[in-house]
Design a protein around this ligand. Structure first.
Ligand code: GLY
Length: 330
């Protein structure tokens, strides 16, 4: 090892530079050259985006692809039983079954998706398998389950004791509660993780995964597995993801709309604000639900906006990971 390298190693400067997005020392011991690459960025929805971002950013620090970062990142809440709106531990549908939706999209525009999938802890990885190993984009229900098992995924019971208890309490409450109260409790238990990442090579990818609306109709699918609604990535422009009432996001092709607005020259923040305004203008019942959008462009600039107060997102800019309160409209 050259003395220059030894010095950098001892001082920790080498890892600090790698952390900041600088890479690769020159092979020549006489000449030190640094290649400046893009500083990686990860943005994701809600508080549980914080630990997910840390895992994703580790992939990016190690020169990994944005695609690997988002898959590894969202697997964190998928496996966490304390997160009751994603993966294992997710609140069930009206029949007491946990059904999961997820999708993933890479820098080439390739994408994969699963919907109404049961008994598989990591739907995001099944979605990636659909993307990489089939000529299709989306598999649903029993077909998605058979595909997952055929590809080595293990069947799991996803309904935790806590989620089952909440389900039974909800069923009891229904007997007494008014329809409005039931709807409100659905919204409160309803938080998708959407994650967008920019890697050191300047490539974008995204992932989105959820157990969907708590107590939903059996068979209901939201926006999260729908490319263009819950997630969209165009590597020339930017990426966007959505959280909240899936029906409202589908009706506006939300994530696609945000990316198209960025293509037309809007900043990520402006794009998210216009998309929220579109929902408000077109959907008279918008006061009854929440929708939040996140956006990330090729330059690493980010945006976030929601209909109502309360939406939070986690942003890791390469040097720090922060939980931020989103701006909102009403
Ligand atoms: N946004 C997730 C869902 O509506 O299912």
């Amino acid at each position: 090892m050259s003395s220059r390298r030894e010095f950098l190693k001892k001082t920790g400067l080498a890892s600090s530079l790698a952390f900041m997005g600088f890479s690769a020392f020159s092979a020549s011991p006489k000449k030190l050259s640094l290649t400046i690459k893009n500083s990686p960025v990860v943005i994701s929805t809600w508080r549980f985006g914080m630990p997910a971002n840390m895992v994703a950013m580790k992939v990016l620090y190690n020169d990994g692809r944005a695609l690997d970062a988002v898959e590894q990142g969202v697997r964190v809440p998928e496996a966490d039983p304390a997160v009751t709106s994603v993966g294992y531990g997710g609140l069930p549908d009206f029949s007491g079954r946990v059904t999961l939706d997820a999708c993933i999209m890479d820098e080439t525009g390739n994408c994969g998706s699963v919907a109404f999938l049961q008994n598989i802890k990591h739907p995001i990885s099944v979605a990636r398998k659909v993307m990489e190993d089939t000529e299709h984009v989306m598999l649903v229900g029993q077909g998605a389950l058979q595909f997952a098992i055929g590809n080595g995924f293990k069947k799991d019971v996803l309904l935790t004791k806590g989620a089952e208890k909440a389900f039974l309490e909800h069923k009891n409450a229904i007997k007494k509660a008014k329809y409005d109260e039931i709807k409100r409790s659905q919204e409160e238990d309803h938080d998708t993780i959407g994650m967008l990442a920019l890697d050191k090579n300047g490539n974008l990818s995204g992932a989105c995964t959820t157990s969907g609306l708590a107590w939903k109709m059996h068979g209901r699918v939201g926006d999260s597995p729908i490319i263009g609604a819950g997630l969209f990535v165009d590597n020339e422009v930017g990426a966007a993801t959505a959280t909240g009432r899936g029906e409202a996001v589908i009706k506006t092709s939300g994530a696609f709309l945000v990316v198209e607005l960025m293509r037309m020259g809007k900043s990520p923040q402006e794009a998210c604000e216009i998309a929220v305004q579109r929902i408000i203008d077109k959907q008279a019942d918008h006061k009854d639900f929440q929708v939040g959008f996140l956006a990330l462009n090729k330059k690493g600039e980010t945006g976030a906006f929601a209909i109502k107060k309360g939406f939070q997102f986690a942003l890791h800019n390469g040097s720090e990971n922060k939980l931020i309160d989103s701006e909102f409209k009403i």
